[in-house]
Design a protein around this ligand. Structure first.
Ligand code: PLP
Length: 474
C-alpha cells in the first residue's frame, strides 16, 4: 500500500494518511523508553576520546557519537573546566527578566559564523524544543506581517523533527508517530522525501528529477491554497529516518524557489546534520540555499550540556522589530548560562582545532573504506552521506532494492551485535528508509577529531559485524 500523502487526494482539514505500523515496532535507538522489552543496555561508567568505558571492563568504540552528539569526543577537560566555572559563577537566570554575557557571546558567535544571515538566536535545550520553536516562529512571523491565515506546514515523508507533539507532527517517522496519531497536528502535510536511491528513475537526469520533486511541492502548495502555507520544513541531509541521505544537487534551490513564489518560509532542521557534521558548519552551505529559520542541537555543545538553538534570519527578525514585537515563546531554561558556556567552548574547539577540515578529510577516508569494503556486498543497497555522516541501507535483494521483512529487525540486529564482544562498536540504527516502515539502515557518525586509525577500526569492526549478522540470517 502506498501511503505517501498526495495533494491530489487531499481533503481540506484531513491529516495525511499513514501506513499501519508493522509489528513489531522497531526500536528508535535514541529513546530508551521505546526499546524492546528486556533489552539490557551496557552501563557506561566513563568516556575518553572516542571510547566509552563499560562497567564490565570493556571499551566500546563510539562510531556514532551517541546520537550524532559527541562531536569532540568524551572527557575533554577544557570543556569541563568552563562548565564548572560557569556553574560557580552563574548557573541559571530567568531569560524573562535577565540576560547574560555568556548568552550574548554564544549568540554573537552563531550570528557571525552565519555571515550575518541569522540576526537573532533563541538558545533552547533539545532539538525538539528548537523545532517546536521554529514552527511557532514561522507562524508568528506571518501574524506580524498581517497573514495570520498561514497555518499549514509542508514537510516530508521519512523525516524526523523531534518527539514533542508539534515536532512529531512535522516528522514522517511512522514508528515514532504511530501511538500518538490522534494527538498530532492536522495542519502538517507531507510530500515524498528526496531519496534518489529509491525515487530517481533509470536514465532520469538530476535536473529532471529535481523538476519532478519541485513539482510535488508546488502541487502541495496549490492543493492547500498557497496563501495558507507558513513554511516548508526539511533536513538538508536526512538523518535518523532515512540514514544520512543528501538531496540531489539543485533540489534545495528548486524547493526554495517554490517557497519564495508562494511567500512561505523555508525552515531547515539541522539538529542532526548541522554544526559541522557534514563538513561545513551549516549543511546548507553545500546547497547554496539559506533558510529563513533553522534549528540546531546535538553537535552544538557536543553532549557536554543539553543545548539547541533556533536561528532566525534577518527577514524574520526585521518583521518582528518593525512592529516592536517579541516572539511569544520561552522556556524556564532558555538561554541557560552553563549550556551557553559549554556550547561556546565546544564550538571554539571545533573552529580553533580545524576540525571541519578533519571532518572532510576523514569523511573522504570513511567513504572510501566503506565503499571499498561493502560496495559489492549482496545486502548493501546504498552507501550515502557527507562529511562524517554516513548511512548504509541494507536490502534483501540488490537488483530490485527489496527491503528485508521489518520483523527481522535487521538494523537492530546489526546494532546489537556490534555492541557486543568481540566488536565493541556503537552504531546508530533505524528502520523505515524504504518507506511505509520498511527498510533498514545503520549510521556511522563519529567525533570530528577521529584519526585515520579510528576510521579504519570503525570500518573493520562494522564489516565484521555485517558478515556475522548476514551469515546468521542466511
Ligand atoms: N530533528 C532532528 C533532525 C533530529 O535528528 C532530532 C533527534 O534525533 C530532533 C530534531 C530532536 O532532537 P532531540 O532528541 O534533542 O529533542
Amino acid at each position: 500500500m502506498n501511503t505517501t500523502w498526495s495533494p491530489l487526494n487531499y481533503k481540506p482539514g484531513e491529516p495525511a494518511p499513514e501506513a499501519p505500523i508493522l509489528p513489531p515496532t522497531p526500536p528508535p535507538s535514541s529513546s530508551p523508553s521505546m526499546e524492546p522489552k528486556n533489552d539490557l543496555r551496557p552501563v557506561v561508567i566513563g568516556g575518553k576520546g572516542s571510547y566509552l568505558h563499560i562497567e564490565d571492563g570493556r571499551e566500546i568504540l563510539d562510531g556514532c557519537g551517541g546520537a550524532a552528539v559527541a562531536c569532540i569526543g568524551y572527557g575533554v577537560p577544557e570543556v569541563v573546566d568552563v562548565v564548572m566555572a560557569q556553574s560557580l559563577k552563574l548557573p541559571y537566570i530567568s531569560s524573562s527578566f535577565f540576560d547574560s554575557h555568556i548568552r550574548k557571546e554564544l549568540s554573537n558567535w552563531l550570528l557571525e559564523t552565519s555571515g550575518g544571515h541569522f540576526t537573532k538566536t533563541y538558545i533552547t535545550c533539545s532539538g525538539s524544543e528548537a523545532m517546536e520553536g521554529a514552527m511557532k516562529l514561522a507562524h508568528e512571523y506571518f501574524v506580524w506581517i498581517g497573514q495570520p491565515q498561514r497555518v499549514n506546514y509542508i514537510s516530508r515523508d521519512e523525516s524526523y523533527h523531534g518527539i514533542t507533539l508539534g515536532a512529531l507532527s512535522l516528522g514522517g517517522h511512522i514508528a515514532r508517530r504511530a501511538p500518538f496519531k490522534p494527538l498530532l497536528a492536522p495542519n502538517v502535510h507531507r510530500i515524498p522525501a528526496c531519496n534518489p536511491y529509491r525515487q530517481q528513475l533509470p536514465g532520469e537526469t538530476d535536473a529532471d528529477f529535481v523538476a519532478r520533486k519541485a513539482a510535488e511541492l508546488e502541487h502541495a502548495f496549490l492543493a492547500l491554497g498557497p496563501s495558507t502555507v507558513a513554511a516548508f520544513v526539511a533536513e538538508p541531509v536526512v538523518g535518523a529516518a532515512l540514514g544520512c541521505a543528501p538531496a540531489v544537487p539543485g533540489y534545495f534551490a528548486a524547493v526554495k524557489a517554490v517557497c519564495e513564489r508562494h511567500g512561505a518560509l523555508l525552515i531547515f532542521d539541522e539538529v542532526m546534520c548541522g554544526m559541522g557534521r557534514t563538513g561545513s558548519l551549516h549543511a546548507w552551505e553545500q546547497e547554496g540555499v539559506r533558510p529563513d529559520i533553522q534549528a540546531v542541537g546535538k553537535g552544538l555543545a557536543g553532549g557536554y550540556q543539553p543545548v539547541s538553538a533556533i536561528l532566525a534570519s534577518g527577514r524574520v527578525v526585521a518583521a518582528m522589530e518593525a512592529r516592536g514585537a517579541a516572539f511569544t515563546h520561552g522556556h524556564t531554561y532558555q538561554d541557560h548560562p552553563v549550556g551557553c558556556a559549554a556550547a561556546l567552548k565546544v564550538q571554539r574547539i571545533v573552529q580553533e582545532g580545524g576540525l571541519l577540515a578533519n571532518v572532510r578529510a576523514r569523511g573522504r577516508c570513511l567513504e572510501k573504506l566503506l565503499r571499498g569494503r561493502l560496495r559489492n556486498h549482496p545486502h548493501v543497497g546504498d552507501i550515502r552521506g557527507r562529511g562524517l555522516f554516513w548511512g548504509i541501507e541494507f536490502v534483501r535483494d540488490r537488483a530490485s532494492k527489496t527491503p528485508f521483512d521489518p520483523a527481522l529487525l535487521v538494523s537492530y540486529r546489526l546494532h546489537k551485535a556490534a555492541l557486543n564482544p568481540p566488536y565493541n562498536l556503537a552504531l546508530y540504527y533505524g528502520q523505515g528508509c524504504a518507506g511505509n516502515g520498511a527498510g533498514d539502515h545503520v549510521m556511522i557518525m563519529p567525533a570530528y577529531n577521529i584519526t585515520r586509525e579510528i576510521a579504519e577500526a570503525i570500518v573493520d569492526r562494522f564489516v565484521a559485524v555485517v558478515d556475522k549478522v548476514f551469515d546468521e540470517l542466511a
